[in-house]
Write a protein that binds this ligand. Structure first.
Ligand code: NAP
Ligand code: ZN
Length: 341
């Protein structure tokens, strides 16, 4: 079979490898689609720890081809999505139910072979059924959606709430949709690219703002802004210092900021603790997808999330290393690797 393997920093090649065999509790999945994520680029550049040589790809879905002897609840031909983050279940964090903080976290596509390949192995407890009739490209969105769901859970959005999402990549565009589903009536997205602002409004944002056209704080929570006085919840989905700082200014007193975006390790920003305290801002962070993958699969299965508009293009395994090793092109939202192409 073909697989795109990271042999070391900057060394990413698609080549023939042996097709793996499932262990007793594993499913062998024929990959239908696997999304390219910013993390794949970080892994390529050595900015995120992993264990090469390894096949990348952690946003995959596909069909069950073969099953280990002790697998129950699945059959050959089932469409599944895999939760790539495998917690050990034994460390102190796992025992407290904080599986995303597992001390021995092992992720498919980072620490063990992933979905940029014709086939991938998935332990059965990481597998979630998807409908036979689902568009095969859509299952690959379960993993990013599951991460966004954790952010939404932490944000504790109530019906009628006002929400700002900062950053209009796939995470921001999924988060906009989840905020609407959670009952927010005002959902404002701030992102620089006009095509993404339009996309955000197409998928449910009630307004969008261009951060390069004047102060975002003024545009949103100033006296003439969209929500004077500030919003109930801000979800930072850009992963840049400027938007983390903006988030604390856009939220109303007593409101909640959730940081979902990942800033480069070691980078710091200035914040004013007095302001956070005096306005009793809830400053929270959201990491990975603890216990949210099943709900993400359910939302995608029943068509609650607009996926089609987020797919910029599909590429073959042979074209994939070019996509991962280069920065995203303007306008691109999600690129899917489709092994059958
Ligand atoms: P992405 O495509 O890079 O999206 C982030 C977008 O933010 C950029 O494309 C950019 O779009 C926008 N942006 C940059 N500077 C901005 C500014 N000053 N104001 C407003 N928008 C700005 O990445 P993604 O895949 O959507 O992921 C978003 C972040 O979430 C990343 O940091 C990623 O690492 C992180 N993430 C976190 C988790 C988790 O578990 N917490 C899971 C997955 C991903 P424009 O060019 O349109 O401005
Ligand atoms: Zn653990």
């Amino acid at each position: 079979m073909k697989a795109m393997r990271l042999d070391g920093v900057g060394r990413l090649f698609t080549r023939e490898v042996d097709r793996p065999s499932p262990g007793p509790d594993e499913l062998l999945i024929r990959v239908e689609a696997c999304g390219v994520c910013g993390t794949d680029r970080h892994l390529f550049h050595g900015e995120f720890p992993c264990t090469p040589p390894v096949t990348l790809g952690h946003e995959f879905s596909g069909l069950v081809e073969e099953m280990g002897s002790s697998v129950t609840g699945f059959k050959v031909g089932d469409r599944i999505t895999g939760d790539p983050n495998i917690a050990c279940g034994r460390c102190s964090h796992c025992i407290e139910g904080r599986v995303n903080l597992c001390r021995n976290l092992c992720a498919i596509g980072i620490h063990r072979d992933g979905g940029f390949a014709d086939y991938v192995l998935v332990p059965q407890r990481q597998a979630f059924l998807l409908p036979q009739g689902l568009n095969p490209m859509h299952g690959a969105f379960c993993e990013p959606l599951a991460c966004c769901l954790h952010g939404i859970d932490i944000a504790d959005i109530r019906s009628g709430a006002s929400v700002v999402v900062l950053g209009g990549g796939v995470i921001g565009l999924l988060t906009v949709q989840l905020a609407r589903l959670a009952g927010a009536t005002n959902v404002i997205l701030s992102t620089r690219q006009a095509s993404r602002r339009k996309l955000a409004e197409d998928v449910g944002a009630t307004a969008s703002v261009d951060p390069t056209k004047g102060d975002v704080g003024e545009q949103i929570c100033g006296p003439q802004g969209l929500v004077p006085g500030g919003v109930d919840v801000v979800l930072e989905c850009a992963g840049v210092g400027e938007t983390v700082q903006q988030a604390t200014r856009l939220v109303r007193p007593g409101g909640t900021v959730v940081i979902v975006g990942v800033m480069p390790q070691g980078e710091t920003i200035a914040i004013e603790p007095f302001d956070l305290l005096f306005r009793e801002i809830n400053l929270r962070t959201s990491f990975l997808n603890p216990f949210t993958h099943g709900r993400a699969a359910a939302l995608i299965a029943n068509g609650s999330i607009e996926i089609e508009k987020l797919i910029s293009r599909t590429v073959s395994l042979d074209e994939a290393s070019n996509v991962v090793s280069n920065p995203p092109a303007p306008g691109d939202v999600k690129i899917l690797v489709v092994p059958a192409r």
